[in-house]
Unconditional design. Structure first.
Length: 666
């Protein structure tokens, strides 16, 4: 039985999103801020009054913003510190990111009664990266690059610390607010280098010292002081070695210059991908672990020489994490705020007791009738390229493995009365993984009676461990081999119509649709590519790709002035970002010949099966010309292709079109 829910009904299912907790140590009161669901984004609060170790979550919920007609765009809250006397902010203020949808920007506001008070209003999309007793650290992203700012709580003054063309991957302030640690991605001119961790003084912007981490640190997560020693928490996204780093900075480092060695301790699993989130005291670390079954679990490191303890709430399974990426998780008294979601339920909120392992669900408004929502199964298989064509291999083998989630609306496919049309869904980024969490589009298609396989091809962050190799160097080849093998695997499932496999995807997924129909047309009955990339040679001058050696960061000059930034065309900026991303993925194989070979459009003039090219002009990630030019090429070649432009922000139109396309094909 399928659920038959509309996209609007699926989007409006209850959830408790973006939760963060504010703890009052003296009163024992905790106030939790959260959003209820996607169609009602008003911020709400829930007060928990403690009696000893017992939580009494009966006070609330309430919305302090119901009188503000524009507050429904406030999101991603963060609590300010308690115990602050005087200054530009009030004690325990609630900060929110307020979206100016018409300008695609986010500003930072503080809650003031039933309305908002502006704190940061400026160009670009701003996000809070850290709040402590001294101030607020925030980053702003725009087409010109990234900027990092320090907002002084005592004076209300804002100081720009860093201006760079490189993305900021994380930033935290020292407890006294005198220094900031931040992580930058590799420069565009050297995309194959590792990311870097730097420290700079808030009183001397423009100066910086690099922290020697001995690993490709993915981000700075926290900064605390332990007996006069500055201690940093850093994280490295790796699978085959520990990924949680604790760094004690050497004595006197604040008065020196040059690289900082620090005393490093790496902890965590050497079999799973794990990520550090924050310290909870000098010796405890909160983190999260990616499971081999496409799930996510919170973990607590109490002993650096022992395995972390796994946090399980709501029966386990699915995807669970600490609220606010750890920074809004502590409820005091060894208790934490944990969010959990599954493929059939949106985010639910729990209070977890670390000492006992017990948990209590918060803000339970009763169960919603979701009969017919599909519970997927995690599947994995190996991929062989020994023959002329890639094929899947089941069972134990040393071959590379591919995973994914199979949504079968009939439950047991071999018990279905009729064969169902299958859809192979490719995600929008080469390193994105499909996880065991609610997805509106997938549940909508399954509700239409379609069997959907969300493939996690090579490059999906290695959640299968060492059995899923890295994609670098093999982009556009190895990942496409995995996807082709997944199409064969899907066609061989009992209860599906093997002759009607349709491949679907957006952005990178759209690129993959093009490649699949060009290289492996016999495996598909058709394809729907949404905002896909059709040509990897964005500036094809006939020469091999070369990497310049002059692409330094744009930092603040000693006189406080910015270096000049050109105002390039938006489409050119988007193409430039894709260009460097592709260069990173191709690695040492980044040549014109390789790009041409792995681009769908050059040399592809006819498509053997029906292809729908969906385009959302101004989507901000892939220029519309990538879709339009491929369509024109295939039409000139008498290909069976259709071009459809969709309104921005209307993802439901693409899912509706895909459903009709599959129904027409079958």
């Amino acid at each position: 039985m399928t659920h038959g829910l509309s996209l609007r009904e699926l989007r409006s299912l209850p959830a408790t999103n973006n939760s963060v907790a504010s703890h009052e140590p003296e009163s024992g009161e905790v106030t939790v801020a959260f959003h209820s669901h996607a169609d009602d984004t008003r911020l709400r609060t829930l007060s928990l009054i403690r009696d000893g170790n017992r939580a009494n979550p009966d006070v609330g919920p309430r919305s302090p913003f119901e009188t503000d007609r524009d507050i429904d765009r406030a999101r991603f809250p963060a609590w300010g510190p308690t115990g602050v006397e005087g200054g530009a902010w009030s004690e325990g203020e609630l900060f929110v990111h307020y979206s100016r949808a018409d300008e695609r920007a986010d500003d930072i506001y503080a809650v003031d009664g039933d309305s908002l008070r502006p704190v940061v209003v400026q160009r670009g999309s701003c996000r809070i990266t850290h709040v402590n007793g001294e101030g607020l650290l925030f980053a702003c992203e725009s087409d010109d690059g990234s900027e990092l700012y320090w907002y002084e709580g005592a004076t209300g003054e804002t100081t720009r610390l860093v201006s760079t063309e490189r993305p900021l991957l994380g930033a935290k302030a020292s407890p006294d607010g005198e220094f900031v640690a931040y992580t930058l991605s590799p420069p565009d001119s050297h995309p194959k280098e590792e990311s870097s961790v730097y420290l700079t003084a808030t009183a001397a912007p423009g100066s910086r010292r690099e922290l020697e981490t001995a690993k490709d640190a993915a981000g700075v997560r926290d900064w605390i002081a332990v007996d006069g020693t500055d201690r940093l928490l850093i994280s490295d996204s790796v699978v085959d070695s520990e990924g949680v780093g604790i760094v004690d900075l050497p004595d006197g480092w604040r008065n020196g210059d040059g690289p900082l060695p620090g005393e490093r301790t790496w902890i965590g699993s050497d079999d799973h991908e794990e990520r550090a989130l924050q310290f909870d005291g000098p010796d405890r670390v909160l983190g999260e672990r990616v499971t081999h079954g496409a799930g996510l679990v919170p973990v607590v490191y109490d002993d650096i020489d022992a395995d972390p303890s796994v946090v399980a709430v709501g029966g386990g399974g699915g995807v669970a994490d600490f609220a606010g990426e750890g920074y809004g998780a502590s409820l005091g008294a060894d208790r934490y705020l944990v969010e959990r979601r599954t493929p059939t339920t949106k985010t639910r909120l729990y209070e977890y007791d670390h000492a006992s392992g017990e948990y209590t669900r918060l803000f339970d408004r009763g169960e919603t009738d979701t009969d017919g929502l599909v519970e997927p199964t995690h599947e994995s298989f190996a991929v062989s390229t020994d023959g002329d064509e890639p094929t899947y291999v089941e069972g134990d083998t040393d071959l590379p493995r591919v995973g994914g989630l199979l949504y079968d609306p009939d439950g047991e496919a071999d018990g279905a009365e009729s064969e169902t049309p299958p859809v192979l869904w490719i995600d929008d980024s080469p390193d994105h993984r499909t996880r065991l969490e609610f997805d509106t589009g997938t549940q909508y298609l399954a509700g239409q009676g379609l069997t959907v396989f969300r493939v996690n091809q090579r490059g999906s962050s290695g959640y299968l461990g060492a059995d899923q190799p890295d994609l670098h160097g093999g982009f556009g080849r190895d990942d496409q081999v995995d996807i082709a093998a997944a199409a064969e695997w899907l066609a061989d499932r009992e209860g599906v119509d093997a002759d009607q496999v349709v491949v679907f995807g957006r952005f990178y997924g759209g690129y993959s649709v093009f490649v699949q129909l060009r290289n492996y047309p016999d495996r598909y009955a058709g394809g729907v590519a949404w905002d896909g990339i059709s040509d990897l040679m964005f500036d094809d001058d006939g020469e091999d790709t070369e990497i310049d050696d002059d692409g330094e960061d744009t930092e603040i000059d000693d006189d406080g002035e910015d270096t000049e930034i050109d105002d390039d065309d938006e489409a050119a900026e988007v193409s430039d970002r894709i260009e460097h991303r592709v260069s990173d993925l191709l690695g040492d194989n980044d040549t014109r010949a390789v790009r041409r070979e792995r681009s769908p459009r050059p040399g592809w003039t006819d498509v053997d099966v029906p292809l729908a090219v969906l385009c959302t002009p101004g989507n901000g990630r892939v220029p519309a010309e990538q879709s339009r030019e491929l369509y024109e090429t295939l039409v000139d070649g008498d290909g069976r292709v259709e071009y459809v432009e969709l309104p921005d922000g209307r993802s439901g139109a693409a899912y509706d079109y895909l459903s009709r396309f599959v129904d027409w094909r079958s």
